[in-house]
Design a protein around this ligand. Structure first.
Ligand code: CO
Length: 134
């Protein structure tokens, strides 16, 4: 069902500090920040040879990332996103296998301008998984 890893997302308390740290320590290029109101986050991207890293900062305390950071104040790995060929077929398979979709079962447009869905981490090895239409 899953294709390539589209990105690995890391939640951070301060996007500017995290971007500086990655730039200085890992010698990477950081994209311009992108504010995603519907997802409650501001993101930057770091291109790697075979995938991407996203750094996520909450927009406010209502952000889904805010609760994660309350438990992980330094930040930490938040989710893995896989490309899928057919997001509706993937969703239906997941639901049929007993996995819950977070929020609405209708895909939302994600940071890359494509439909995305999140699978409840309690239903898949304690890890938040995002699927994105290829
Ligand atoms: Co993501």
């Amino acid at each position: 069902m899953v294709g390539t890893i589209n990105h690995i997302a890391i939640a951070v308390p301060c996007l500017r500090a995290a971007s500086d740290e990655w730039r200085q320590k890992l010698d990477v290029e950081i994209s311009a920040p992108q504010r995603l109101e519907e997802h409650g986050v501001t993101v930057v991207f770091i291109d790697t040879v075979n995938s991407k890293i996203e750094l996520l900062e909450p927009i406010d305390d209502a952000s889904p990332i805010a609760a994660f950071l309350a438990k992980n104040p330094q930040g930490g790995m938040h989710h893995i996103c896989f490309d899928v060929d057919d997001i509706y077929a993937s969703r239906d398979r997941l639901v049929a296998e007993g996995a819950r979709i977070l929020g609405s079962p209708e895909p939302k447009i994600g940071a890359h301008g494509k439909p995305v869905l999140f699978i409840h981490p309690k239903d898949i090895t304690g890890t938040l998984i995002e699927i994105q239409q290829r």
